[in-house]
Ligand binder design. Structure first.
Ligand code: UT7
Length: 321
């Protein structure tokens, strides 16, 4: 049995927060933000929208596009670092309940911006083992609730949103997720973290931006080299290179080092900012809705985030015929 990537969906919150919002509140400029990050705007969830609500909207679209019944979903995995509740109940449990699913196994993954690739890896393993047949994976973030809006070095980077996909069993090898690599190094935890409740600090994200930038470029590049080598593939086999959307300069440096052509590279950071675990599925959804992603295309995902965690994935887009 193989695992196939059947469908994609996303929820993009309505409220647009431009760079001017930050200029009005702190010592920064449009020129600095655009030049250093490539970000022009990000989306912000409404005060009454929780992370699970964003995830539910993305999931509804993915489920509808996969053409499966709600009762067919036997596992829900949600990647998030901005859950509705502290540890329990998991956001996946809330999403399953709000969708009216038939009490499937549901749990969250905490792997920061690599979360969606981790979720993909888990879904692939459950499906290939025969334990589950239709897995809903979600990357959902309300990062605006954990951003420190007095820290000008981080606050303009992040936005809210959600993406979701259905991973289903197939006997057709041509439709299979080819490979997923996931890694972690807790020794570098101090680069990117959210303090715990006993720290005495607010539960806001903290990042050593410049150091993180350098490790991100190195790691995102080397991981792609490894996954391509391991699968005897080259850049020419890739239709869409979809990296985590943290910073335009990171994507450019990695894309250039790997010699991807512009038509292969996917860029959404300018309009959504960094949405952590939601960034890759939101980018896939953008490609799908614009007609850039077509049935049978090979995608290469490349993610990096707090933990540190990183991961890459090679997969076919295999919508149900
Ligand atoms: O999603 C997980 C992974 N995340 C990432 O990989 C993000 C990695 N980091 C980054 O994207 C970049 O490091 C940042 C965008 C956060 C910062 O860019 P940078 O080029 O690394 O800038 P920097 O931190 O070295 O700061 C350069 C200067 C400093 O001033 P001095 O010391 O040179 O006088 C900062 O104080 O820019 C200053 N600065 C700002 N100036 C205007 C920092 N934030 C701002 C700001 N507006 N918002």
């Amino acid at each position: 049995m193989y695992a196939s990537f059947r469908s994609i969906g996303a929820y993009i919150p309505e409220d647009i927060r431009t760079n001017q919002w930050f200029i009005d509140r702190m010592d920064t400029s449009d020129e600095w933000i655009v030049k250093r990050t490539g970000i022009n705007q990000r989306r912000i969830a409404a005060p009454n929208q929780m992370t699970s609500d964003l995830g539910v909207e993305a999931a509804k679209i993915a489920i509808q596009r996969a053409g499966i019944a709600l009762s067919d979903i036997d596992l829900v995995v949600c990647a998030t670092i901005s859950p509705d509740y502290m540890c329990m109940p998991s956001t996946a449990c809330l999403i399953a309940d709000k969708l009216g699913l038939n009490e499937p196994m549901s749990f969250d993954i905490s792997a920061a911006c690599t979360g969606f690739v981790y979720a993909l890896s888990v879904a692939k393993a459950f499906v290939e083992s025969g334990m589950k047949k239709n897995v809903l994976i979600v990357g959902a973030e309300k990062l605006s609730s954990i951003v420190d809006y007095t820290d000008r070095t981080t606050c303009m980077l992040f936005g809210d949103g959600a993406g979701a996909a259905i991973i289903s069993a197939t006997e057709n090898k041509d439709e299979a997720i080819i490979d997923v690599r996931c890694s972690a190094d807790g020794g570098q935890k101090d680069l990117l973290l959210t303090p715990g409740v006993e720290s005495g600090e607010k539960q806001y994200m903290q990042m050593k931006g410049n150091e993180t930038f350098k490790v991100a470029v190195r790691t995102l590049t080397s991981d792609v080299v490894k996954i391509l080598e391991n699968n005897n593939m080259t850049n020419d086999d890739i239709d869409l290179f979809i990296p985590h959307q943290a910073n335009y300069r990171i994507i450019k440096a990695v894309g250039d080092a790997l010699e991807f052509k512009d038509e292969q590279k996917v860029l959404t950071v300018d309009k959504y900012g960094n949405t952590s675990s939601a960034s890759i599925p939101m980018a896939i959804n953008d490609c799908y809705e614009s007609g850039r992603l077509k049935a049978g295309d090979t995608m290469l995902l490349d993610a990096f985030g707090g933990g540190l965690t990183w991961g890459s994935a090679l997969l076919k887009f295999a919508p149900k015929k």
